[in-house]
Write a protein that binds this ligand. Structure first.
Ligand SMILES: [Zn+2]
Length: 242
């Protein structure tokens, strides 16, 4: 069991506001994952924008040391440029998702163009890992930019949109600021997003420290896939997944 961190009344109000906003968004935008089920306090760790030669292998080492499985929302053209890195992520037991083929804002692409972009990203991951393209159905929109229409199309095409609960801008600020952002905003069932391939403190180093701090606070981890099924599928899973 995880003990509750001490938080101020201002933080309680902020957390309550975020929860209310999420409930409203979830009602308006069905079938997009923002946070896990209240029934499962485990949190999910995710990385956007990879694979990145500077970061991916170092991240895999850190995650293995902590025994944590994460989800990597990869950019298709970077997968095509570095297939061995995407394959290493998959082989290490992490989940791979799609972050667009070219990291374009989804609402700026035509509907057929978006479908083609996502299928191209699926094919890049399939080529890198030897899996069926349909295996890669989780999508995080680049820049977090989407419209209700975008989400409806993703749903129609069989994709599962995954948003976030906590996104520290760690490439723009000090490590200490990032740690305090996470200290303040992390809550049960949260989805945390970090980024590969950006300037600033190396994300593997940040992740190492962030995981140590979250583990000290009693947080444990689950996958985006399990979180999705706990939130949206009626039947609870019998066996725990990573
Ligand atoms: Zn991105």
């Amino acid at each position: 069991m995880k003990y509750l961190p001490r938080i101020s009344s201002g933080e309680v109000q902020t957390a309550a506001y975020i929860e209310k906003a999420h409930r409203l968004l979830q009602r308006r935008l069905p079938r997009a994952l923002w946070i896990g089920s209240p029934a499962d306090p485990r949190v999910a760790l995710s990385f956007d924008d990879g694979p990145a030669p500077r970061d991916t292998e170092a991240l895999l080492t850190v995650l293995q040391r902590h025994g944590v499985a994460a989800t990597f929302f990869n950019i298709g053209e970077r997968v095509a440029a570095h297939p061995a890195l995407a394959r290493a992520v998959f082989t290490a037991g992490h989940q791979l998702g799609i972050h667009g083929y070219r990291h374009l804002a989804f609402p700026l692409i035509s509907v057929p163009g978006l479908h083609a972009d996502l299928q191209r990203a699926q094919n890049a991951l399939a080529d890198a890992t030897g899996q069926n393209p349909d295996h890669f159905c989780y999508v995080r929109p680049p820049f977090g930019w989407f419209t209700p229409s975008t989400l409806r199309h993703l749903d129609t095409w069989g994709f599962r949109p995954v948003m976030w609960t906590v996104v520290p801008p760690h490439w723009l600020q000090s490590q200490q600021r990032t740690y305090s952002d996470i200290r303040r905003e992390m809550c049960d069932s949260a989805i945390l997003v970090l980024h590969e391939g950006l300037p600033g403190p190396p994300v593997a180093h940040l992740t190492d420290e962030i995981l140590s701090r979250l583990e000290d606070r009693g947080f444990t981890f689950t996958s985006i896939d399990r979180m999705w099924r706990t939130v949206f599928d009626a039947q609870p899973l019998e066996s725990p997944l990573l």
